[in-house]
Design a protein around this ligand. Sequence first.
Ligand code: PLP
Ligand code: COI
Length: 341
Amino acid sequence: MEKKQLDWANIGFGYMPTDARYVSNFKDGAWDDGVITADANVTLNECACVFQYAQTCFEGLKAYTTEDGHIVCFRPDLNASRMADSARRLEMPVFPEDKFVDAVCQVVKANQAWVPPYGSGATLYIRPYMMGTNAVIGVKPASEYQFRMFVTPVGPYFKGGAKPLTITVSDFDRAAPHGTGHIKAGLNYAMSLHASITAHSNGFDENMFLDPQSRTKVEETGGANFIFITKDGTFVTPKSDSILPSITRRSLMIVAEKYLDMKVEHREVYFDELKDFAECGLCGTAAVISPVGKINDHGKEICFPSGMNEMGPVIQKLYDTLTGIQMGHIEDKEGWVKTIC
Ligand code: PLP
Ligand code: COI
């Protein structure tokens, strides 16, 4: 298999069509067998439920080339079960979790030429998603659905790579209490677009959303969870029913505890505590771990001691350990890595 001739070290986080994608349709109460296809386009009726009432959810995970030349992915079973949770909350049929993992393997294998080489700094982003496809005009769930999965090679999510980010506290809410913040519904991301454009136009890299009820607790950004390191080296990460249960964050809690022997606290984090933390980062599949140097709260700055030039030392260790497990040069003690080929 010939690798594509891409400038792997300099690709951004964008979409490029690759050779193959997976498609499965749900009709008359059942999913079909699913196929790999070359067709990147979706043709739907103008009144499809996804267009009218945003009945869609998605996932995101990555495939990596390991040091010894295998192609692997990281905890795809958790993406499968989170997508099942999203589907249930949106009154969509669950795509079977074992078929989800099998589809990941099929799509990645069919696109091996697009998997960035080991050490290139790039990875293959995998985007599973599903939507209500039949015409619906009264507000109700669709009865027909399509599940798709495509891949695209990606570089760093944030333009500066590992340069610390400046975050602003948003005046907008991302998710309502008892709403859909805990699932990966497309509607949550539509809700965050105005906040995100506003933050960017004010010169900030990302938003920090606070809990909508009291606006005193840290939630997350539009696409990543927060992690903090206290001055005495404890790993702290917000707990809330309205944030997405990040697979990266759940893995980092275990990395911190079991690989790095750190104390871990998963709890409500009050905004007022931030000034006392030593390090801050964003974590997620796309973000990996991106360091945060500064948080701007309506003109009042919280500057983390780790500064604006590099990752803090503890976040660097977490980053090295997590990516080391993913790339195969640190022992995968938990059985997280699935070899595809
Ligand atoms: N929070 C939000 C809102 C996200 O969209 C994502 C990305 O999936 C994350 C957190 C990180 O989750 P994960 O680590 O599972 O990619
Ligand atoms: C991911 O990290 O996979 C995400 O879905 C975040 C994003 C690109 C919105």
